[in-house]
Write a protein that binds this ligand. Structure first.
Ligand code: NAP
Length: 311
């Protein structure tokens, strides 16, 4: 594929919300959306970081993003953020579920869920559900959910994975499961919004391997600064720049011919390069598992996106 960011259409009049835009792929995604004329809301948990990113984005694009305070690891914060957006705006054209944490030591969200599944999946599940009415007010809207090649490393997910495992905790297995949940959710949302006859398109993306703060956040949280430095070195050697890592998300968010339920990744071995349509694993495409995950997520978050769509 010869796609480049120059192929992103004019987005004037379109409003986007990007989670995790204080760093890495989310920042680069927000930047290109701004450069192409969109109004961009950056949802972030750290107000100082958000203010710095907003200033940087304004300087780089000439357009000022709007900051929305959001901690995905706290369902009350998700509710507040969604309420604020719903009260302020008449429609939302694009939601990019991008924020994430990787390979963190065992920690819990404010609501007692394992941190990675709680942030990467349950927070975004609740956010999407709460923003659906606003998304459905746009003439044609999209939700792009960012997953990872790492979803391929796990073959199952259970409701028990939302909580502390009875035996042992593997930070990599927990990350893989959270990213499997991202794809299952993206595809189940696609099936549900199409069955309901809505104008919303659900798609997924993954960046391959991009140099961001993702790799150092977990070790830093565990107090392992040496491991964080090693990751920084590995990133310099083998990762693509964050800007290139954002291409699949941008393609999924803006390509006018994208088919619903598409999953976009880097074309070269799903590791780096120009975006291409790629395939999630068979487990990630299992509709029965996706339906179960949906039910568990409704119970865990108290947000029922299906009812919101049909209401
Ligand atoms: N980089 C890669 O190679 C790679 C590969 C596969 C998939 N991904 C996926 O790409 C996405 C973006 O990651 P990245 O590589 O850009 O990492 P990053 O540079 O660490 O950025 C992660 C973003 O998520 C935000 N975030 C984390 N926890 C949050 C919470 N509780 N509430 C709100 N925001 C939160 C961070 O905010 P703070 O600035 O406050 O920490 C930051 O803005 C993730 O979903 C990740 O799984 C990345």
């Amino acid at each position: 594929m010869t796609w480049s960011t120059a192929d992103i259409p004019d987005l004037t009049g379109r409003r986007a919300l990007v989670t995790g835009a204080t760093s890495g792929l989310g920042y680069e995604t927000a930047l290109e959306l701004l450069r192409h004329g969109a109004e961009v809301l950056i949802a972030a948990r750290n107000p100082e970081k958000a203010a710095r990113s907003a200033a940087d984005l304004k300087q780089a694009s000439g357009r000022e993003p709007i900051v929305v305070e959001l901690d995905l690891a706290d369902l009350t914060s998700v509710e507040k953020a969604a309420d604020q957006v719903a009260k302020t705006y008449d429609k939302l054209d694009l939601l990019v579920n991008n924020a994430g944490v990787m390979a963190t030591p065992y920690r819990q969200t404010a609501d007692g869920f394992e941190l990675q599944i709680g942030t990467n999946h349950l927070g975004h599940f609740a956010l999407t559900g709460r923003l659906l009415p606003l998304l459905l007010k746009a003439p044609s809207s999209r939700v792009v959910t960012v997953s990872s090649f790492m979803h391929k490393t796990v073959r199952a997910i259970h409701e028990a994975d939302f909580r502390r495992p009875e035996q042992g905790y593997s930070k990599w297995v927990a990350y893989g499961k959270s990213k499997l949940a991202n794809v299952l959710f993206m595809l189940e949302l696609d099936r549900r919004v199409r069955a309901a006859g809505t104008n919303l398109l659900s798609a997924g993306a993954h960046p391959g391997y991009a140099s961001t703060h993702l790799q150092t956040h977990g070790p830093k949280l565990a107090g392992r600064s040496f491991e964080a430095r090693i990751w920084t070195g590995i990133n310099k050697l083998v990762a693509q720049p964050a800007a290139a890592g954002a291409w699949p998300s941008l393609y999924a968010a803006t390509n006018p011919d994208l088919r619903p339920g598409s999953y976009v990744g880097p074309g070269f071995l799903e590791y780096r390069g120009k975006p291409a349509i790629v395939l999630p694993t068979r487990t990630a495409q299992d509709p029965a598992l996706a339906e179960r995950l949906w039910t568990w997520s409704v119970e865990a978050t108290g947000v029922d996106p299906v009812l919101t769509v049909l209401r």
